[in-house]
Design a binder for this molecule. Structure first.
Ligand code: SF4
Length: 221
């Protein structure tokens, strides 16, 4: 049997998905606690392979002890490692945060830059982290492709790729620019609550009728 074509570029379907997401999650914002762009940058680096709740538990104490790029650049790796240990991969994260802080001091006067190109040149900062910071603190449109966004975009047939950069470009093509920030956050909320990695709650899903996921769990009756 011929494979059913994905309706990746069906604008009407995309508009319906956006409308339902907006109705389901009218208010969304990053769950990572922060008081300024630098804190969000650090928190996002810490969030790799770790839940936002765990990161918030760590940053609560961390930001009392180390506040500025200067503090992090001056602290020893061991000091940072000890403070961030519960987030996992703590040696690598400590090294990245320290080097990122040094780079901010050397090249950006201690300020977090406001462009993707500058942000992704910082140690430990990839497109995902850069787009989180740009969207959440500078209100600059960007699509954050984390594990939820990647999984759900594919299940919904909005992309055919598993590559985060390709997914980001596919989504930028079909999602209106003004929706980029909110759309990423809505998919993150949706992925945590309904379209979960292992057992998606398909029978209660508001996007059920628009979803082409071949393994979706069918509604009884
Ligand atoms: S129907 Fe299931 S797989 Fe499809 S979007 Fe909803 S929860 Fe995810």
């Amino acid at each position: 049997m011929a494979k059913k074509p994905l309706r990746v570029k069906d604008k009407t379907r995309v508009a319906k998905i956006l409308k339902i997401l907006k109705a389901t999650y009218p208010e969304v914002k990053t769950q990572l606690r922060h008081a300024n762009p630098f804190q969000l940058l650090v928190a996002t680096i810490l969030s790799a392979q770790c839940t936002d709740k765990q990161v918030n538990g760590v940053t609560n104490e961390l930001f009392k002890k180390l506040r500025t790029p200067y503090d992090f650049a001056s602290a020893s790796n061991e000091t940072i490692e000890k403070l961030i240990r519960p987030t996992g991969y703590f040696r690598n994260k400590a090294k990245n945060i320290k080097n990122c802080s040094k780079s901010l001091l050397e090249k950006h006067d201690g300020q977090v830059p406001q462009t993707l190109d500058e942000l992704i040149k910082l140690p430990g900062v990839g497109r995902k982290t850069a787009n989180v910071v740009l969207g959440s603190v500078f209100n600059i449109p960007g699509i954050v492709v984390d594990t939820h966004v990647a999984r759900i975009s594919k299940r919904l047939g909005l992309t055919e790729s598993n590559n985060p950069v390709k997914i980001e470009y596919d989504l930028m093509e079909i999602i209106p620019r003004k929706n980029w920030n909110v759309f990423s956050l809505q998919l993150i909320y949706f992925g945590r609550a309904i379209c979960k990695a292992r057992k998606p709650l398909c029978p209660t899903c508001p996007l059920y009728d628009l979803c082409d996921y071949p393994d979706k769990i069918f509604k009884p009756g």
